[in-house]
Design a protein around this ligand. Structure first.
Ligand code: DGY
Length: 420
């Protein structure tokens, strides 16, 4: 693994545009929220100061209301659509998107704090970051759970990070608006078979323009007007885990006054997750908040409540039973959709391919619940995939072929922080 470690360091340096790391050149040329928070853990392995800087730069894009946007547009680029002129206006580009992404920051900050060799720096940085991360969690509850469900809503598939997951198929049937003509740039960089379809993009853009029309992404309004409103397992599992890690940081930093508030989020989250469990199939599902229906798609997000630590022992056992079956059906795990499901597409982004960061979250959860053998199997698959195919964005579970973007930052970060 010596060479992949060197290659990973080289990859992060190459994708470093000065205080922030782009996920990959051309395909994603700005700072993405959850990518960056994960990438910080990779930097921490060889340059702690740079790791903290990644989070600082991400939070420099935080909105006044507390939201951390999904993309911060620090410097111009012509290789991405929809860029700052679409989110803003031609001639008046936006500094960021008007939507968010899974809140990994607290998880990352705890990782940095626990692995630090420079406690002084870590304490200084955390003192600065803590109130910002806290404000972002408060934003989630205020803007995305105004009805006190205990679980938060996403309003755009891009917010989940799992853009074209089959979990959104039914909810994405709303009619598309009359859109200004547009040209996708992702297809210049990656084969169309590995990306979302045109129909999916038309829906993505319909949402974008509708949200822009709400006084440029007014958080108070979007929840009530969006034709897409889901309880996403990925976002909620990450938020639940992030709350636990924020609580840990609060105690470390002597901020006991906020522990009660975080405990309430955790208690309510625990209740909220109950509705997402389906005893019959032994899986969790996302829920359409507008119809109340569970999305029936079996996706890898179903295993993320293990990472959150919100599943009971019995639920964990049922999840593991499913997971074993999925792994027995493909040479490389974990596929992002059950390989026996008709919606499984081994190359198409979040409809089948393996993502190393999801493997990391699932393994972390499995170890917590005591399933060391299956965690080891996923770890070994992750090592094999990255050794054979390199630092690709995602991987075909049937062949191990690398797909999507090349020299991908969060895959590199996982090789450094996890698969070393
Ligand atoms: C995309 O594919 O453009 C999204 O922003 C990534 O989530």
């Amino acid at each position: 693994r010596v060479s992949i470690v060197e290659e990973s360091i080289e990859c992060l340096r190459r994708n470093d545009l000065g205080g922030y790391t782009i996920p990959a050149h051309n395909l994603y040329p700005f700072q993405w929220n959850w990518d960056s928070a994960i990438v910080a853990a990779g930097w921490a392995v060889f340059d702690e100061a740079r790791a903290w800087e990644e989070l600082d730069t991400l939070f420099s894009g935080q909105w006044e209301d507390g939201m951390v946007p999904s993309i911060v547009f620090h410097k111009p680029s012509t290789t991405y659509f929809p860029g700052p002129e679409i989110w803003g206006l031609p001639g008046n580009p936006s500094r960021s998107t008007g939507i968010t992404q899974p809140p990994v920051a607290a998880i990352s900050a705890r990782f940095l704090f626990e692995h630090t060799e420079n406690v002084k720096l870590a304490e200084k940085k955390m003192t600065d970051l803590f109130p910002k991360i806290l404000a972002s969690h408060r934003w989630w509850y205020k803007a995305r759970d105004p009805e006190n469900k205990g679980v938060v809503a996403i309003l755009h598939p891009w917010e989940s990070g799992m853009d074209n997951s089959p979990s959104w198929d039914a909810a994405m049937q709303f009619p598309i608006d009359n859109l200004p003509p547009y040209e996708r740039k992702d297809l210049h960089h990656v084969n169309a078979s590995m990306r979302p379809t045109k129909d999916t993009y038309d829906h993505y853009l319909t949402l974008l323009y509708r949200f822009k029309a709400e006084n440029f992404y007014d958080s108070e309004k979007l929840y009530w007007v969006s034709p897409f409103r889901m309880t996403d397992l990925c976002t909620n599992s990450i938020l639940f885990r992030a709350n636990r890690d924020l609580r840990w940081l609060a105690i470390k930093l002597g901020k006991d006054d906020v522990v009660k508030e975080i405990d309430e989020w955790l208690d309510r989250g625990f209740e909220g997750f109950r509705q997402l469990w389906d005893e019959k199939s032994g899986l969790y599902y996302c829920q359409d908040q507008l119809t109340g229906k569970l999305a029936d798609a079996p996706t890898s997000a179903a295993f993320l409540p293990l990472f959150a630590g919100v599943a009971s022992k019995d639920q964990a056992a049922k999840l593991v039973e499913n997971l074993r079956r999925w792994l027995d059906n493909v040479p490389f795990g974990v596929p992002s959709t059950d390989p026996k499901d008709p919606r499984f597409e081994p190359l198409r982004y979040w409809r089948g391919p393996v993502w190393i960061i999801v493997n990391w979250m699932i393994c972390n959860g499995l170890l917590h619940y005591g399933y060391d053998d299956i965690a080891q199997r996923i770890y070994d698959d992750s090592v094999a995939l990255t050794s054979n195919a390199g630092l690709k964005e995602y991987f075909d579970p049937k062949t191990g072929e690398g797909c999507g973007g090349e020299l991908f930052s969060w895959t590199a970060a996982m090789c450094l922080a996890w698969l070393d």
